[in-house]
Design a protein around this ligand. Sequence first.
Ligand code: A2P
Length: 267
Amino acid sequence: MADGARAEFPIPANCFAETVTSVHHYTDRLFKFRITRPASFRFRSGEFVMIGLPNAEKPVFRAYSIASPSWDEELEFFSIKVPGGPLTEHLQKIKEGDTILLRKKPTGTLVNDALLPGKRVYMFSTGTGIAPFASLIRDPETYEKFDEVVLTHTCREIAELAYGKELVEETLADPLVGEIVAGKLKYYGSTTREAYDRTGRITDLLTSGELFDQLGLPPIDPAIDRAMICGSMDMINDTKSILEGFGLEEGANNAPNTYVVERAFVG
Ligand code: A2P
C-alpha cells in the first residue's frame, strides 16, 4: 500500500479528503496527478492551495499551484519529487484511489485580477513553475483580458518539457476552450542542460532579445505587455530585474499592476 493510501489518522477540520483519480510520471523528477474536486471548493485560475497526505497525526502540508482551470470538475497538480522531501518522498508514491488532504482556502497572486488590462501577457516559468499557467491558459477569462498569451517554459532537459507540450496540445484540442485559445496562445520551450531547438535560461533569452526575435514580437512595452513569473527564488529575482528594466511594475491582488510573481513549489 502506498504511503498516501493510509487514512487511519483523523482528517483535520480545515481540510477536504479527496481521492486521486490519475497519476502520470514524466521523469524521475516530475509527475502530475489529478484528484476529485469538492463541490464547495472554489478558486481563481492561477491560485495555490496547501496539500498533504493523511499519513501522520500532524500531516506535512506544502503549497501547490492548482494546474487545472477553475471550470474543471477535477483538480490537477504538477509536482517535483525531492529526494528526502518531507511531503514529496511520500506523495510521489500515490496511486489512483489514494486520499489527498486539501486545505479549504486557496490563495495567490498569479491571477488575472492582479494585472492591469493589456494586449499581451507573458507567462514565464521554469520547472514545476508552469503549473499555475496550466490553469490560466485553459481559462477563457485569460483570453477575454488579453489578445495574446505567451507561455515560456525552461527546464534542464527535453523530457521535462513534456508536461507543458502535452498541455498546450490538449488545450488546443479541447472542445470547451480550443477555439478560444487558437491563434492567441504561443508556447516557447527551452532547455539549459541538453541540446534542443531553443537553449538557454529565460533570463538570457530575454536579455539577448532572442526570445522576441524567435517569437516575432517586439521587446516588452509596459503600455501593452503584462507578465507573470513562476519558478525558483533565483529565477524570480533575476527575471523581475529584467522586467523592471523594461518598465514593468509588480502588482498584487489589492494593487494590480503590470507584472506578478509566485514561487514554484519546492520540497
Ligand atoms: P540551469 O540548468 O542553467 O540551472 P531547476 O530544475 O533547478 O528548478 O531549474 C529549472 C530551470 O530553471 C533550469 O533550466 C535552470 O537552468 C533554470 N534556472 C535556474 N536558475 C535560474 C535563474 N536564476 N534564472 C533563470 N533561470 C534559472
